[in-house]
Design a protein around this ligand. Structure first.
Ligand code: BGC
Length: 453
């Protein structure tokens, strides 16, 4: 018998995706280009030259995809809205056809009994706004607020769960500091500015929501708990920097109205002083915190690593996924308990969790056997139960991802899907992990206690 508690009644079970990763047809029906459209079409930026031009063709196949979710018993679905479909020039003129796509998607979900969660920003900034400085331009908080208001007015009667930003850390670290993601900048001075305007934009959207909206809104962060490689003072200081940079940089201002002290140590003269009114804008009460969890990091001091002076230490006894991430369910429990300790009792949704593993393409029985992903899924769901046992208020789980999709600059080379996609034929095949997930959802998690499941 498991000592783990059951999942709460009404636990929201679903899967997640994002617009550029699955939709395809990025310029259809009057949409403007996004920074990902540009980035993906820039030579050498994407593995194998892959782009989101077609991806999972979800823009045209959304009805079949929702039908599949329904068949698989999903209760909810987290998707993102492509800002440049709604505002082709980033601001000003609204494109009704863009609004209509998301309106139809939401209607389809509701008709299938699936609760939608909409993310306003999952990395695909309108290129027209990037031309005006993008996340470096302070005006972006107003542009984002206007876009958010437009979506709340169009969908809030039907969408009850809203996320402002997906993973601001990735937006700045990948987009402005190391350049592996759009818009591909490598600039120590820009990264803190982009972070700050992301957070002002988050605050502005929540403010607008309080005036316009009726339901729930939160911020989605990716958390990667840090553990020290040793108890040496140097390693412990490295751990604090890494933790501040990745885990506290966004939740501290959103919840407590300040940045972690270590940010100055990391960025030195590139870390600006911001006016107090900015923090008043950023610190808006949230209805939930969205946590994306994939992996943890054992951290050591490393003079060569820029700008953190901290590096991960490879664990010899661990399993790593195809993206090189250690599988560590215990760290998932730890990080959820940590969120409660540092940020209080705001309810939590697990807005993403999942793994990329090699999937044999053509099993003779026509199925996709993915035992490693099954192990990941089971152990991470049990890790959530262990956190619930310690008093953490987790309200739902969105597996990443519903479909194999465009893994950003890694293209289609990494498969995170619970449903396999053949990118030549667009055929969808639920993997064994998805079949198990369906049974988990149908039983509200109790099958996790069954032998052999
Ligand atoms: C992102 C997803 C991404 C996933 C796997 C998260 O950081 O929100 O868009 O595909 O991780 O890398």
């Amino acid at each position: 018998m498991s000592k783990l508690p059951p999942f709460p009644a009404n636990f929201l079970w679903g899967t997640a995706t994002s617009a550029y990763q699955i939709e395809g047809s990025p310029l259809a029906d009057g949409a403007g280009p996004s920074i990902w459209q540009r980035f993906a079409h820039t030579p050498k930026m994407m593995v194998n030259g892959d782009t989101g031009d077609v991806a999972c063709d979800h823009y045209r196949r959304y009805k079949e995809d929702v039908a599949l979710m329904r068949e698989l018993g999903m209760k909810s679905y987290r998707f993102s809205i492509a800002w440049s479909r709604i505002f082709p020039e980033g601001k000003g003129r609204v494109n009704p056809a863009g609004l209509d796509f998301y309106s139809r998607l939401v209607d389809e979900l509701l008709a299938a009994g699936i609760e939608p969660m909409a993310t306003l920003y999952h990395w695909d900034l309108p290129a027209a706004l990037d031309d005006r400085g993008g996340w470096l331009n302070p005006d972006i908080a107003e542009w984002f607020g206007d876009y958010a208001a437009t979506m709340f007015r169009a969908l809030d009667g039907r969408v009850k769960l809203w996320a402002t930003l997906n993973e601001p850390w990735v937006v700045t670290d990948g987009g402005y500091l190391h350049g592996a993601l759009a818009p591909g900048h490598r600039n120590y001075f820009e990264a803190p500015i982009a972070s700050h305007h992301l957070m002002r934009s988050h605050g502005r959207a929540v403010q607008v929501y309080r005036a316009e909206g009726k339901h729930q809104i939160g911020l989605v962060v990716n958390l990667e708990p840090k553990y020290p490689a040793s108890q040496s003072e140097q390693d412990l200081a490295a751990l604090r920097r890494a933790d501040a940079y990745m885990n506290r940089q966004y939740l501290d201002p959103a919840v407590h109205g300040r940045y972690p002290e270590e940010m100055k140590e990391i960025f030195g003269s590139a870390w600006p002083e911001w006016p107090a009114e900015d923090f008043a804008l950023i610190r808006q009460p949230m209805d939930f915190i969205g946590v994306n969890y994939y992996t943890r990091n054992v951290t050591r001091h490393d003079e060569q690593s820029w700008p953190l002076k901290a590096s991960p230490v490879k664990q010899t006894q661990a399993t790593y996924t195809e993206t090189g991430w250690e599988v560590c369910p215990q760290a998932f429990t730890d990080v959820l308990v940590w969120v409660k300790k540092l940020y209080g009792d705001t309810p939590i949704y697990i807005t993403e969790n999942g793994s990329a593993f090699y999937d044999p393409p053509n099993a003779p029985d026509g199925k996709i056997h993915d035992p490693l992903r099954i192990h990941y899924l089971r152990s991470h769901l049990n890790a959530i139960r262990a956190a619930i046992a310690q008093g953490v208020d987790v309200r739902g789980y969105f597996g990443w991802s519903f479909l194999d999709n465009l893994e950003w600059s890694l293209g289609f080379s990494k498969r995170f899907g619970l449903v396999h996609v053949n990118f030549e034929t667009q055929q969808r095949t639920p993997k064994d992990s998805m079949r198990l997930y369906s049974r988990i959802v149908a039983s509200n998690g109790t099958v996790l206690d069954d032998e052999g499941e």
